[in-house]
Structures are given as structure tokens and as C-alpha cells.
Write a protein that binds this ligand. Structure first.
Ligand code: PHE
Length: 350
């Protein structure tokens, strides 16, 4: 090997010994093997050589080139391994022989009743819709016949965003969007609007055994020609007997909501105390479960539906209350507590 080639090789080996990172290695690769690299430059010296010398020198340079690339590839692999080892050293140690925690997670009781209600209503031809938690003032109030400064707003104080939007205080906030979505099929194809829309709701309220600032409702609406209160009562009764799988005492009494006329409160006899009166039912023996009523003409109009031609009912089922009654949860705050001891009791009922 010529002196020059050998010197270059020694120089290369020396600098390779110091390399620690892939970036440094890449620099060296470019320095020696790049288009203008030192190995490539060697070939330029060939011009002054005889053809015989050119041949041997050319071979020599090629051997060096190969050696350099092999060494670089090997160094690259070594650096990669060292990086992996460094990362592994930082990881916590796992004891693979440790027995697994076999406790299973469980569905939240509200998820369970929500799914059950969805199945019941789907089997009766209702579509299940989803809706946002952040809504506009129009969606939550104005479109529901609750203008600014209407006293009905007091009962639904909620949490406001800086941009004027708010966390929905009831699932009724989706009604307007649902009417607009289905109104063409109603008018042009005669398809009744039948939809339920479960969702999380928020109210700025002091909490106690039966009030929470965050809870779930399931709204339902049906709009068609000639829909009456009897339709409403039929669907409510069917749903409740399916959910509880037993006869439940219910009562209907007048209730005021600006978006229904007439409006009702559907109460069920408290299942926690059997109607005797307890903290869960405010000691009345009855629990407001499902406010409902015939959709107000103004609300239909805001949704693009002619109230002269169509009527409908709406209900706002308290899913959280329903879950409490079905599973005997005495304090509503347990449901948001994240306590596995409370929540995992319902696992077997999927
Ligand atoms: N949105 C009403 C509430 O949360 C309940 C309701 C829904 C009443 C539908 C009538 C019809 O208070």
C-alpha cells in the first residue's frame, strides 16, 4: 500500500475511534467517501502515473474505499446498539414473573342504562343522535322559546365561555339541529322525525344527594302529522317497563317548560325507599324522572317545521336519575366519584 493511502487509512481509523453519535459518523462518511471526499480525491493523483501504476493504485484505492464503508457501517450499528442500551437503562425494571392484576374494569352504571335505553328506542324506530357539549345561546335557549331575560333561564344557570357559548344545560339544546336535519325527509318523503339524543349536561348548582353540576339526560322527540299526548305516554310507559322489567308506579302532573305546551312532569315512585320518602327523593316518595310535553309551535317553527301541519312530543329523560333508581345508588355524587368500589358493582349487567 502506498504511503499516501496508508496515511489516509490511519487518519480515518483514528477519527472513527472518537465517534459517539450518528451525526458525527455521517460527517466522517462525507469527509472520506463523499463526492469531494478524501478517498475520492486520492484518485486525482493517478493522472501522473504510468498505466501499470494506475492499475495497482486504482485497486488500492478501491480496497480502501470498501474498507472505509465497511467500518462506517459497523460503527453505525454499534452506535445504534449503544443508544438502545442507554434507553433501556433509563427504563424502570419490570418483573415479568409478577402475577397479573386480574380485576376487570366495568361499565359505568350510566353507560349501562344509556345503552339499554338506546336499544329500546332503536327497536321502536328511533335514530340515536350525538351532539356537542358546548352550544350557543340560540341552541340552548332562544330556539327553545326561552328569550333573553326569561325567568326560565334561572333554573338552568350553567357555565359560560368567554366567547358567549356555554356548556349545555339540557339535551333539549340539540332539538333545533335535529329538526333542521330531518325536516326535509319529513315534508318531502313523509318520514316522521323520531330521534333520541343522550348527552352530558351541566348546571351551576350546589350539589347534594340528588343534584350534581354534571349529569346525563336523554332527550327524545317525535314529529309527524297527528302526534298526540297518547303517543307520548305510550313511548314513556314502554321504555320504563323495559328498563325496570317490572311495573313501576308513575304519575303525570303539569309542568312548565317554555318549549312544550302542554308540559308535564313524569314522576316515578321512588325505588330506593319504596315511596316512603328519603333523601334521594327529597322525602316526597316521588322522583321527577322525565319532564315531557307537546313541542311548542314556536320551537317547531324555529326548526323549519310548519306547526299548522305537524305536531310532536319531546321528553328529557334523566339518565342519571334512572341509573340511580335502577341500581339503587343513593347519592348522585357517587357516580362522578371515580370510586371503583362503588362503580364496579354493576359489571355483570352488560
Ligand atoms: N330540557 C328540560 C330540562 O332539562 C326537560 C324537558 C325536555 C322538558 C323535553 C320537556 C321536554 O329541564
Amino acid at each position: 500500500m502506498s504511503e499516501k493511502t496508508n496515511a489516509l487509512k490511519q487518519e480515518f481509523l483514528l477519527s472513527l475511534a472518537d465517534v459517539k453519535t450518528q451525526e458525527e459518523l455521517e460527517e466522517i462518511r462525507v469527509k472520506y467517501l463523499g463526492k469531494k471526499g478524501l478517498v475520492t480525491e486520492l484518485l486525482k493523483d493517478m493522472r501522473s502515473l504510468t498505466p501499470e501504476e494506475k492499475k495497482t493504485f486504482g485497486q488500492e484505492v478501491n480496497v480502501l474505499k470498501e474498507e472505509v464503508s465497511e467500518k462506517i457501517a459497523a460503527a453505525r450499528e454499534e452506535i445504534k446498539q449503544a443508544e438502545i442500551e442507554r434507553e433501556l437503562a433509563l427504563m424502570p425494571e419490570f418483573d415479568v414473573s409478577m402475577p397479573a392484576d386480574l380485576r376487570r374494569g366495568s361499565y359505568h352504571p350510566i353507560t349501562l342504562v344509556q345503552r339499554q335505553c338506546e336499544e329500546i328506542f332503536k327497536s321502536m324506530g328511533f335514530a340515536v343522535e350525538d351532539f356537542r357539549e358546548v352550544v350557543t345561546d340560540y341552541e340552548c335557549f332562544e330556539a327553545l322559546n326561552i328569550p333573553k331575560d326569561h325567568p326560565a333561564r334561572d333554573m338552568q344557570d350553567t357555565y359560560y365561555l368567554d366567547n358567549g357559548q356555554l356548556l349545555k344545560s339540557h339535551t333539549s339544546a340539540a332539538q333545533n339541529a335535529i329538526y333542521k336535519k330531518y325536516k326535509d325527509a319529513l315534508v318531502n318523503e313523509g318520514k316522521p322525525i323520531k330521534a333520541i339524543f343522550p348527552g352530558r349536561c351541566f348546571r351551576n348548582e350546589a350539589t347534594d344527594a340528588c343534584h350534581e353540576n354534571t349529569f346525563f339526560q336523554m332527550e327524545g322527540v317525535m314529529v309527524d302529522k297527528n302526534i298526540s299526548i297518547s303517543n307520548l305516554i305510550f313511548f314513556m310507559k314502554t321504555m320504563l317497563s323495559e328498563v325496570f322489567r317490572k311495573d313501576i308506579k308513575v304519575r303525570l302532573r303539569p309542568g312548565f317548560f317554555p318549549f312544550v305546551e302542554p308540559g308535564f312532569e313524569l314522576d316515578i315512585s321512588c325505588l330506593i325507599c319504596g315511596g316512603e320518602g328519603c333523601a334521594s327523593c327529597k322525602h316526597s316518595g316521588w322522583l321527577e324522572l322525565c319532564p315531557c310535553g307537546m313541542i311548542h309551535p314556536e320551537v317547531l317553527r324555529a326548526g323549519g317545521i310548519d306547526p299548522e301541519e305537524y305536531t310532536g312530543f319531546a321528553f328529557g329523560l334523566g339518565l342519571t336519575r334512572l341509573a340511580m333508581m335502577k341500581y339503587g345508588v343513593k347519592d348522585i355524587r357517587d357516580l362522578n366519584s371515580g370510586s371503583l368500589k362503588v362503580l364496579s358493582q354493576f359489571t355483570d349487567d352488560k
